[in-house]
Design a protein around this ligand. Structure first.
Ligand code: PL3
Ligand code: FE2
Ligand code: FE2
Length: 238
């Protein structure tokens, strides 16, 4: 096939749409799609769990949780549409370290840590991933992902608003949660990079979009620019 302008490469990622029918695409999709399905399922479970720590917030949290189940169903239909079987055991292993830290925080009533992990980190990761995915998605998945990404901002904003309202008492806990979990997010980005490249999604773009969403959220919560430098989120890019 003749190379077109659209086949030119930037940072090793071909521009334009991939061929959704190749074995390479479908194999990468079986893992990435499973990560997204597992992420949406765990997000549902995490918002329900946070509701047990914040009974006054149980209703809005249950509403967020319901949105996550809708997202999960949407992404399951994306796999069916491409006749791909999502590799769920792979995805569970992928989330295991973050899942364990969330469960430990939940068991000791560390609400701020739960919100940093789910509402800031996982949502910022999802926002970055979905943004980068939309322009290179198949038409069916693109429509679904566009609707989902709007909701993810609602979820990020929810966590951001709660942490902002409790900033003084939570600031040390947020810093610890950041320090412990940011390296895990970094390693998740590394693990997904090769499969993401097959979908024409660039790792550097994923990192950059993640950092924008995550650092904006921390700034709104109450951290200064100087704090952010110290919190080392930028180190993710290095
Ligand atoms: C919470 O609302 C969502 C949690 C999902 C986590 C997203 C993980 C990102 C994986 C990277 C690739 C995404 C491409 C999308 C393909 C269906
Ligand atoms: Fe979601
Ligand atoms: Fe979400």
């Amino acid at each position: 096939m003749a190379a077109s302008v659209l086949d030119s490469c930037v940072d090793g990622i071909p521009e334009g749409l991939p061929d959704f029918t190749t074995d390479a695409y479908r194999s990468a999709y079986s893992r990435i799609n499973a990560i997204v399905i597992e992420g949406e399922q765990e997000a549902h479970d995490n918002y329900m769990a946070i509701g047990t720590l914040l009974p006054d917030e149980a209703e809005p949290l249950a509403q967020l949780a319901r949105m996550e189940l809708r997202h999960m169903k949407g992404f399951q239909s994306c796999a069916r549409n491409l006749s791909v079987e999502p590799d769920m055991p792979f995805a569970q292993t992928f989330f295991a370290p973050l899942h364990a830290n969330f469960q430990a925080a939940l068991a000791d009533n560390r609400v701020a840590t739960c919100l940093v992990i789910q509402a800031l980190m996982i949502e910022a990761f999802a926002i970055a991933a979905y943004h980068i995915y939309i322009p290179v998605a198949d038409p069916f998945a693109r429509r679904i992902t566009e609707a989902v990404v709007k909701d993810e901002y609602t979820h990020l904003n929810y966590g951001q608003a709660w942490l902002k309202a409790h900033f003084e008492e939570c600031r040390d806990e947020i810093e610890v949660a950041n320090k412990v979990n940011l390296p895990i997010i970094r390693s998740m980005l590394e693990q997904v990079a090769d499969d993401a490249a097959v979908l024409h999604m660039g790792k550097e773009d994923l990192i950059e979009d993640f950092l924008i969403a995550y650092q904006e959220a921390l700034a709104d919560v109450g951290f200064t620019t100087r704090d952010l430098a110290r919190l080392g989120a930028a180190a993710l890019a290095g």
